[in-house]
Design a protein. Structure first.
Length: 553
C-alpha cells in the first residue's frame, strides 16, 4: 500500500531544513509507514511550513492533498500525519468534517498516537469532534495570550509588528523601538507638502519616482517605487504625526480564518492611542493643511444612506470647481462659462475676445445658482416627478428580460454544441475556436445573470425610498459643499446646460422634452434624466424619448 504524508507547522522556523519540525514530522511518518510495510513516495509528501491550521487560503499543500484524494484515480491508499491538529485547527465541527472528507476515500493514520481516524459511531464522532475543538481552543488560547502581550508592548510604545517606512527598528533593553530614518522621512514630508499644495496621489507618486526618492519595500516580485495607493496610505498613517494607534484592526475571524484585508474594529474603546512626540515626522501646521484638503476631498463624494458610493464630481482639467455650474453651463458659442469676480462669464469671450464670441452675457453666481436650484426642486425633486419615475420603472418588466435571457441561453447552448462538433470534425479550427470562446464567455455571463434571484420591486417601498432620496438631495444641493451638489446635478441633468438665443418660452404641452430658464433675453435649457433619481435603488428605469419634463426658474 502506498501512503502519503502530511506535515504542518504554524510558525516559520529560520533554521536549517534538517532541523525543522516539518522535516522531523516527515521522517517520523515515513518510519511509521515502513514499520507497517507501506511504501512512501516523495511526490506524495505534502508540507505547509509556517501556516496556521485555521488559515484555509494559505494551506496550499493541504488543498493539493485533498484534490488528490477526491480525484477519480487517487495514487495512494493512506495518509499519515503526526496528529489530528496537524491537519486542522479550525473549530471542532469544521475540522472533523474536513478529516471525514479525506477518510471517506483513504485511510488516515496519526503516528503519534498509533491510531487510525474513525467516524460513523457515537463514540468516534464525539471523540473526533472534541479533539478538533480542543485543538481549536489551544489555538484561541495562544492567540489571546499573544494579543495581550502585544497590547502591553504597544501601551509602552514598543514595536509590535514589522518595519514602518520612515523609521528603523532598533533593539533596546530587550524591546524593539522605532527611530526616525532621515532619508525615508524626507520622502514622507515631500508627500505631505505636495498633497497640501493640491497635487493628486498619482502625480505625487510619479514625481517621487522621477526624483528617485526612497520608497517602501515592494511585495515579492514587484518593482520598487511609489504608486497612488502607497501615497494614500502614507497620508493616512497617524504615526507620522507622532501618534501610535494599535489594535484598530483585526486580521482573523473568531474561527481563525484570515481576512483578505485587515478589518476595522468598530469598538473604538479597544484601540490603544499613545502620543509619541519623538516619532513625529510631520509638524502640526502641515498636518492641518492635509486634513483640510482631505475633508474637502471626502465632501466631493456622494453616498446613499447605507454609505454606498453614488459618484464624485467631474473635474475641470486638473482643478476641482468651486461653483455649482462651472463647466456645466455652456454658451451659445459652445464654450463653457467660468467664474470671474463672482459672475459666470463665457470663457471664450474672456480669453479670445468678442470676435470669437459676441455674447456679453454674465450672471451673478448666487442668482443663477438659486434660480436653477429652485427649478430643480420644483419639478425634479417633486412628488409628480417621483410618480413619473415610478411609472417608468414599472413599465420595465424584469420577467420579460429574464425570458429573453432564457431564450439567449438556449440559442448559445446550441451554438456552442455545433461549434464543438465542427472542431471535432477538423473544420477551420482557429476560427471555430475563437467563435467558441466568444459564445462560451457570453453563455457564462447569461447563466450568471439567470442564477440571480428575480426581484420584483415593491411600488410603495420604492416610492418611500425615492422620497427619502429627494429629501436627502435637497439638503445636499443647499449644503455648504459644492462637490456633492455637482454630483447630484450629474445624476439628474443630461449635461451640459445650454444658453440659447431667441427661443420663445414654450408651454408644457408644446415641448415636454426640454427645461428652459430665462436669463435676460436668452434662455437656458437642459434635459432631465429620470433614471438619475433612482440610481442604486432599482436595476433599470426606462427612459423613452420626450419624457424629460419642463420646469421653470
Amino acid at each position: 500500500m502506498i501512503a502519503a504524508i502530511y506535515a504542518r507547522k504554524s510558525t516559520g522556523q529560520h533554521v536549517a531544513d534538517d532541523a525543522k519540525s516539518v522535516t522531523r514530522q516527515v521522517a517520523n511518518a515515513k518510519a511509521f509507514a515502513a514499520a507497517r510495510g507501506w511504501t512512501t513516495d516523495d511526490r506524495y509528501v505534502f508540507i505547509d511550513d509556517g501556516v496556521s491550521g485555521a488559515d484555509i487560503r494559505k494551506l496550499a499543500s493541504k488543498q493539493r492533498l485533498i484534490e488528490f484524494v477526491t480525484s477519480t484515480a487517487c495514487p495512494f491508499e493512506a495518509v499519515v500525519m503526526q496528529a489530528q491538529d496537524r491537519f486542522s485547527r479550525r473549530d471542532g465541527d469544521e475540522a472533523f468534517t474536513e478529516l471525514k472528507q479525506v477518510a471517506r476515500r483513504v485511510h488516515v493514520w496519526f503516528y503519534a498516537e498509533g491510531r487510525q481516524f474513525q467516524f460513523g459511531t457515537f463514540e468516534t464522532n464525539t471523540m473526533g469532534f472534541l479533539q478538533g475543538e480542543f485543538a481549536a481552543e489551544f489555538r484561541r488560547a495562544i492567540a489571546r495570550k499573544t494579543h495581550e502581550a502585544m497590547r502591553r508592548r504597544a501601551e509602552q510604545g514598543h514595536v509590535t509588528g514589522g518595519k514602518v517606512f520612515g523609521y528603523d527598528n532598533v533593539r533596546r533593553n530587550g524591546f524593539v523601538e522605532r527611530v526616525i530614518n532621515v532619508r525615508e522621512a524626507d520622502a514622507v514630508r515631500d508627500i505631505y507638502r505636495r498633497y497640501a499644495d493640491g497635487e493628486g496621489y498619482k502625480h505625487i507618486a510619479h514625481a517621487l519616482n522621477k526624483a528617485k526618492l526612497a520608497s517602501p519595500r515592494p511585495q515579492r516580485g514587484r518593482p520598487a517605487g511609489w504608486d497612488p495607493g502607497t501615497v494614500r496610505a502614507v497620508l493616512r498613517r497617524p504615526l507620522y504625526r507622532g501618534v501610535l494607534v494599535y489594535d484598530k484592526t483585526k486580521k482573523r475571524d473568531a474561527d481563525g480564518s484570515r481576512h483578505r484585508g485587515r478589518q476595522p474594529k468598530k469598538d473604538t474603546s479597544q484601540w490603544i492611542t499613545k502620543d509619541m512626540p519623538a516619532l513625529r515626522i510631520i509638524d502640526k501646521p502641515l498636518a492641518a493643511r492635509v486634513d483640510e484638503r482631505m475633508k474637502d476631498h471626502r465632501a466631493a463624494f456622494l453616498r446613499d444612506r447605507r454609505g454606498r458610493l453614488l459618484g464624485t464630481a467631474k473635474r475641470q482639467g486638473n482643478k476641482t470647481p468651486r461653483h455649482l455650474l462651472t463647466g456645466f453651463l455652456v454658451c451659445a458659442c459652445g464654450a463653457t462659462f467660468e467664474v470671474v469676480g463672482g459672475r459666470y462669464v463665457c470663457s471664450a469671450r474672456r480669453r479670445k475676445g468678442p470676435d470669437v464670441c459676441p455674447s456679453s452675457l454674465s450672471f451673478a453666481v448666487k442668482d443663477i445658482d438659486q434660480v436653477f436650484l429652485d427649478a430643480l426642486e420644483e419639478v425634479v425633486l417633486a412628488p409628480t416627478f417621483i410618480d413619473r419615475v415610478l411609472d417608468l420603472t414599472f413599465a420595465h418588466d424584469p420577467r420579460a428580460e429574464r425570458d429573453a435571457l432564457i431564450l439567449e441561453e438556449d440559442r448559445l447552448s446550441r451554438e456552442v454544441e455545433n461549434l464543438t462538433k465542427g472542431i471535432a470534425q477538423g473544420h477551420d479550427i482557429p476560427a471555430l475556436a475563437s467563435a467558441l470562446a466568444e459564445r462560451d464567455k457570453r453563455l457564462t455571463d447569461v447563466r450568471t445573470q439567470l442564477a440571480k434571484p428575480l426581484v420584483l420591486p415593491d411600488r410603495d417601498a420604492l416610492r418611500a425610498a425615492l422620497e427619502l432620496r429627494a429629501a436627502d438631495w435637497r439638503d445636499v444641493l443647499r449644503g455648504e459643499h459644492v462637490q456633492p451638489a455637482r454630483v447630484v446635478l450629474q445624476h439628474l441633468i443630461d449635461l451640459p446646460i445650454r444658453i440659447v438665443r431667441d427661443v420663445p418660452k414654450p408651454s408644457l404641452a408644446d415641448n415636454p422634452g426640454v427645461l428652459y430658464g430665462d436669463p435676460r433675453e436668452h434662455r437656458w435649457k437642459a434635459c432631465v434624466r429620470p433614471e438619475g433619481l433612482a440610481v442604486g435603488l432599482v436595476h433599470s428605469v426606462a427612459s423613452p424619448t420626450g419624457f424629460e419634463p419642463v420646469f421653470w426658474p
